[in-house]
Design a protein around this ligand. Structure first.
Ligand code: PGA
Length: 256
């Protein structure tokens, strides 16, 4: 499968910055053999799409959705709204959502289901804290977050379809810290996720799900990480904020 290189801008880049970014990011259109996904802030999504035009190969996603289709949920937005604005992917269970906003596994399951309702692909993020890793709980945490997010039978059934799920392994201790998991550590955790996914949906179907690594990926370490076993792509935060830096990671994706 072709590698996935995704950029999560988090709460950065309003409308003017988004336009300026995408003007400098046109080079991404020429890189083939890699799926490029950008997650701008929701408010910048339509501006981002418009800046690249209709024929863009760059895909877009939303950083967060609420599980309901509509209703009295001040400040939230639904999968339906995100899809209408052009999002094809939704980040779910990002460690900042889990830890800063106290999102539970039950909520990740509802959000995953909401993406199914509108035909978007959930990018389910899982990962252990440093305390959990030190206590030898890595596999337990990953298995719990995976099952918690996609465990319901309708979701498992859906994984027969291509593009039904992307997983992202993002160790909490590596996000925004400059500390990266070694390619070996990433492979080990991602191999475990692949195995567990295979138990849930069958090995053949499990192999079709891209598993990304995220946590302090940068132009200097991207190629090595992208070349590691069971690393099908990367989810990039800080290093996706500058178009040149992100573009060099996109190129590493094509090279690996
Ligand atoms: P980082 O963030 O690349 O800045 O560590 C990754 C993420 O949160 O997805």
């Amino acid at each position: 499968m072709s590698k996935v290189v995704a950029g999560n801008w988090k709460m950065n880049h309003g409308l003017a910055a988004t336009r300026a970014y995408l003007e400098s990011f046109q080079g991404a259109e020429e890189v083939s053999g890699v799926t490029v996904i950008l997650f701008p802030p929701a408010i910048s999504l339509t501006t981002a799409r418009a800046a690249l035009g209709n024929n863009t190969r760059v895909r877009f996603g939303i950083q967060h959705i609420h599980g309901a289709s509509s209703g009295a949920f001040t400040g939230e937005l639904s999968a339906e709204m995100a899809a209408e604005a052009g999002a094809r992917y939704a980040l779910i269970g990002h460690s900042e959502r889990r830890h800063l906003f106290h999102e539970t596994e039950a909520e990740t399951a509802i959000q995953v289901e909401a993406t199914r309702r509108v035909g978007m692909t959930p990018v389910l993020c899982v990962g252990e804290t440093v305390e959990e890793r030190r206590a030898g709980k890595l596999e337990k945490v990953l298995a719990r977050q995976l099952k918690g997010g996609i465990g319901n039978p309708a979701e498992l059934e859906r994984i027969t379809a291509g593009d039904a799920l992307i997983l992202a392994y993002e160790p909490v201790w590596a996000i925004g810290t400059g500390e990266t998991a070694s390619p070996g550590d990433a492979s080990e955790a991602q191999g475990f996720l692949r195995e567990r996914l295979g138990e849930l949906v069958g090995a053949e179907r499990g192999r079709r799900v891209p598993i990304l690594y995220g946590g302090s990926v940068n132009p200097g370490n991207a190629l090595e990480l992208l070349s590691a076993q069971d690393v099908d792509g990367v989810l990039v935060g800080g290093a996706s904020l500058e178009p040149d830096s992100f573009l060099s990671i996109v190129r590493a994706g094509a090279e690996s």
